[in-house]
Design a protein around this ligand. Sequence first.
Ligand code: NAP
Ligand code: G4F
Length: 328
Amino acid sequence: MSKKALITGITGQDGAYLAKFLLSKGYQVVGAFRRSSIVNVSRLDYLGITDQVEMAPFDVTDMGNIIGVLGKVRPNELYNLAAQSFVAASFDQPIATGEITGLGAARVLEAVRLVNPKIKYYQASSSEMFGKVQSMPQNETTPFYPHSPYAVAKLYAHWMTVNYREAYNIFACSGILFNHESPLRGIEFVTRKITRAAAQIKKGLVNQLSLGNLDAKRDWGYAPEYVEAMWLMLQQEQPDDYVIATGETHSVKEFVEEAFGCLDLDWRKYVVVDPAFFRPAEVDVLMGDASKAGNKLGWQPRTTFKDLVRLMTDADMAASSMERACIR
Ligand code: NAP
Ligand code: G4F
């Protein structure tokens, strides 16, 4: 009998890559999706796996629905990726972000406890929880200092995961993932915003890119490698929490220079700084130390910063604007 995985947030970047990875491992994959006026399976389509994923209507704000889906699907492993994941939006919608990103995880954990506490649970925690960083680089012992409503919500979900592991002996793991990007990244996030705009400028479709804080620094990795770490966490003897990161940090400005450089464009001619994209509280720098994941999971990042920027820029250049418009 193949193992069955339930992925919440199946329509997002990580949900799509994780589904593809688990299918390659022989898993039966059920994707939990939020009902909207258009069912957005564009990322699953892009990876050519839509027909291989069974879909289940699901909303992390609806406890009855969560219990019903868990009872019906009966997964061996549950990857809780669903979230309002855009930090900037969390300042405009702090309560909705708390409901979905924070309490949503608590509901899923409680449903696991009630329906079948043997389900292995993965929580999508975030390097944003380090926020106003207390030391460099950040690892599993670095104190948290969340600096946005999103980060506060993620920290609640993180500690609930630890608590359900310790209180109820649930196999619950928290992956503290640093930023990870890909051609499937949402267009509002800075990396994809940059590579998409650079490609559009090269094609003569637009002539300007408005950005916020160019000095912010992030530890950017490649998403398909990061979903492998999620799976590895659930295959260990004991549940635990792990930082997943590249160990390098680069500024938004460096990302811009690299992306425009890939297309032989001088970024200074096109990029303008717009205060509208600054945040009420910023995370100035993130840089992770994933040595625990290296030692215990055998996980290592494989894609360099330059290769990541190149592959995202190439993807935005290669596809027609119609095709790329579908990947939002
Ligand atoms: P994403 O592309 O924004 O995907 C988020 C997913 O959550 C989407 O499928 C979305 O569905 C779903 N969702 C939102 N509200 C929901 C609700 N009320 N009920 C059910 N589903 C809901 O995010 P991602 O980049 O794949 O990230 C996956 C997870 O990892 C998120 O929890 C994120 O916060 C976390 N994380 C991401 C990174 C990163 O760098 N990518 C780093 C650390 C942690 P719709 O398509 O309907 O909106
Ligand atoms: O791409 P971003 O929006 O990602 P951010 O805020 O780091 O969050 C992402 O990574 C987290 C992991 O640390 C995840 F948990 C979270 O779900 C999400 O996936 O912004 C990156 C940096 C910020 O400092 C922002 O201020 O880029 C800066 N930035 C500068 N100009 C911009 C822009 N960000 C966006 N989105 N748009 C801009 O125009």
